[in-house]
Design a protein around this ligand. Structure first.
Ligand SMILES: [Zn+2]
Length: 139
């Protein structure tokens, strides 16, 4: 190995260590933010309006409302906007945003758009617990 190559390797090693330290400090910042959040609101965030409601706890996000729909004609198209589309309850992972399950209002046995939005959210969370969480514990 030439002197120049050795120097380059040394610089690469230093740079990698620097990156590892950055990743470590980012993890610490995230952990501190989580601890702060837990202290403030018990780790639960909830919100509602006329056409949506949601709740976040642990690594789960729950939502019911107009932003997520299911349509027999257009499937999961969020923006089809036709009369057939139903508002949905969606459970997803907070970290990744990955969807875990989606249920249309007809499955929740609620009156989709005119009914009580928070009621629909509660029913969705109940179904999520029954069918997904409990199912996973029994597996
Ligand atoms: Zn449609």
């Amino acid at each position: 190995m030439t002197k120049a190559e050795k120097e380059e390797q040394k610089q690469m090693t230093a740079r990698l260590e620097e990156l590892a330290q950055l990743a470590d400090s980012e993890r610490r910042i995230k952990r501190r933010a989580k601890e702060k959040r837990l202290k403030k609101d018990g780790g639960v965030d909830s919100y509602s309006a006329g056409d949506y409601a949601g709740m976040t706890c642990d690594n789960y996000m729950f939502y019911y409302g107009y932003e997520h729909t299911l349509c027999p004609a257009h499937g999961y198209d969020e923006a089809c906007g036709c009369d057939e589309s139903e508002w949905c309850f969606v459970a997803s992972e907070r970290d990744t945003g990955d969807e875990i399950c989606r249920m249309p209002s007809s499955d929740l046995v609620v009156d989709g758009r005119d009914g009580d939005i928070r009621h629909a959210l509660l029913r969705g969370i109940g179904r999520f617990i029954n069918e997904w969480l409990v199912g996973r514990m029994m597996a």
